[in-house]
Design a binder for this molecule. Structure first.
Ligand code: GLU
Length: 221
C-alpha cells in the first residue's frame, strides 16, 4: 500500500502531483506514474524505480493539463515493472486509475472480463478495476456511478482515484480499508492518501469515511 495524489484546478497539474509524490517518498515504493487529462485524451507516464526516473521519462516539459492523478506503487500482484506501475488504463484509453490495496477476487474478475473481450496489459490485481469501470462508463453511466458500480463487484481493500476524458475536470476517489482524503483549495482541489502530500497547498482536509466515494471538481466536491 503506497501513495496517491490527484489535482484538479486551474494550474498545470503534472508538476503539482509529482511534487506530492515526492512528499510521499519517505513511505517507500518500487515504481511510480502519473496520468494527465488534456484535450480529449489521457497521457500516462510510468517508470520502475525512483520518481527521478519518472521525471526523466517525462522530460523537461511537463505534459499540459489541469487534472492529473499520480501513484507510488508497492507491488503486491505482479513484479515492480513499468507495465505494472500505475496508472492503469482501460481498453479504449478513456480512463486512468490508481489504486492502493489488494483486490482479493481479481483472478475471477479478470477471467470474466477477458471472456467479455477486455485486453489486459499488466499482471496487477488493480487493472480489473479500470475495465469494470469501463464497462459501465462507456455505455454512458457517469464516472462516479460507474466507479460505484465497479466497486460493488470487488472484494478486498482499496483507495482509488480515477479520471476520464469524458469528464475532464473530475476526479472520482473512493476508499475501503486504505486511507484517502480530499484537500480543499481555492478553485482547486486535491485527493491524497496522506495529508503530507498536499499540506503545502491547503490545510483544509476532509478524510473519506470507510466505503465513501467522492466526486471532486475544481470548484466543489
Ligand atoms: N495491489 C496493487 C498492485 O500490486 C497496488 C499496490 C499498492 O498499494 O501500491 O499493483
Amino acid at each position: 500500500m503506497c501513495g496517491i495524489v490527484g489535482y484538479t484546478g486551474t494550474r498545470a497539474a503534472a508538476p503539482l502531483v509529482l511534487d506530492g509524490l515526492k512528499r510521499l517518498e519517505y513511505r517507500g515504493y518500487d515504481s511510480a506514474g502519473l496520468a494527465v487529462v488534456h484535450d480529449g485524451r489521457i497521457d500516462i507516464f510510468k517508470a520502475a524505480g525512483k520518481i527521478a526516473i519518472l521525471e526523466r521519462e517525462i522530460g523537461p516539459t511537463p505534459p499540459p493539463g489541469h487534472t492529473a492523478i499520480a501513484h507510488t506503487r508497492w507491488a503486491t500482484h505482479g513484479a515492480p515493472t513499468t507495465a505494472n506501475a500505475h496508472p492503469h488504463s482501460d481498453c479504449g484509453g478513456t480512463l486512468a486509475l490508481v489504486h492502493n490495496g489488494i483486490i482479493e477476487n481479481a483472478g475471477v474478475l479478470r477471467t470474466a472480463l477477458t471472456k467479455r473481450g477486455h485486453v489486459f496489459r499488466s499482471e496487477t490485481d488493480t487493472e480489473v478495476l479500470v475495465h469494470l469501470v469501463e464497462e459501465l462508463h462507456t455505455k454512458g453511466t457517469p464516472l462516479v456511478d460507474a466507479v460505484a458500480g465497479a466497486l460493488r463487484q470487488v472484494e478486498g481493500t482499496y483507495g482509488i482515484a480515477v479520471v476520464s476524458t469524458r469528464e475532464p475536470d473530475t476526479i472520482v476517489a473512493a476508499r475501503r480499508g486504505s486511507p484517502l482524503l480530499v484537500a480543499i483549495g481555492n478553485g482547486e482541489n486535491f485527493v491524497a492518501s496522506d495529508a503530507s502530500a498536499v499540506l503545502a497547498h491547503t490545510r483544509s482536509v476532509v478524510y473519506l469515511d470507510e466505503g465513501e466515494i467522492a466526486e471532486v471538481r475544481p470548484g466543489d466536491y
